[in-house]
Design a protein around this ligand. Sequence first.
Ligand code: DX5
Ligand code: ZN
Length: 218
Amino acid sequence: MHAITLAPSLLAGDHANLAASARVVSDHGLSWLHLDLMDGHFVPNLTFGPETLAALRRAGSKLFFDTHLMLSEPHRYVEAFAKAGANLISIHIEPSYDHAATLARIRQLGCQNGLVLNPDTPASAIEPHLSAVDLILVMTVQPGFGGQAFRRDMLPKLRQIDAWRRERSLTFRLEVDGGVDLATGPECRAAGADTFVAGTSFFRAPDKPAFIAAVNRW
Ligand code: DX5
Ligand code: ZN
């Protein structure tokens, strides 16, 4: 299946110098960057927008932009994020809009698509879409802020989605986001995750090569 992929979250980087924080990621030989977009409505926080992605591209970033839209109306913005340089665009299942059409639209725009579920949302909510996605993102914290404690009660949900993936011979990635570190990551890996968002644990790691090597052994 998919090799272990570490996606450092720019939310934990230096917001006065995001390009430098993105370079920390690429300089360590990583290829993915997780970008958290918040609208102050779906989640009680604000971050940045498509112009920030475009500026990171202009600053030379060639990282794979794993774009996590925490927006009440994501369907209104997928085109803007695709044009700005997103490679993968993930949308949440919780707000009401046409999820299937938006997932299809993301692919038409030349990006991979992802579907995200919050801790309180059961796996059954995303189950009808499994054959139409490139990635499922299981939130292991309530979205909105970095640095929160990992929700171990999300592990059965990961195992359920991984089981569906095997039973149906599907190839989507299974990503986890929130409180992932050297202690909790291996538990996610054992439950089927292959793609790991790490904000605080990556940017605060004093020895990043050692951190990355440890992740690759999960
Ligand atoms: C939270 C975001 C996460 C956040 C994770 O709403 O979706 O991507 O950056 O941060 P840590 O890894 O510190 O929990
Ligand atoms: Zn995220």
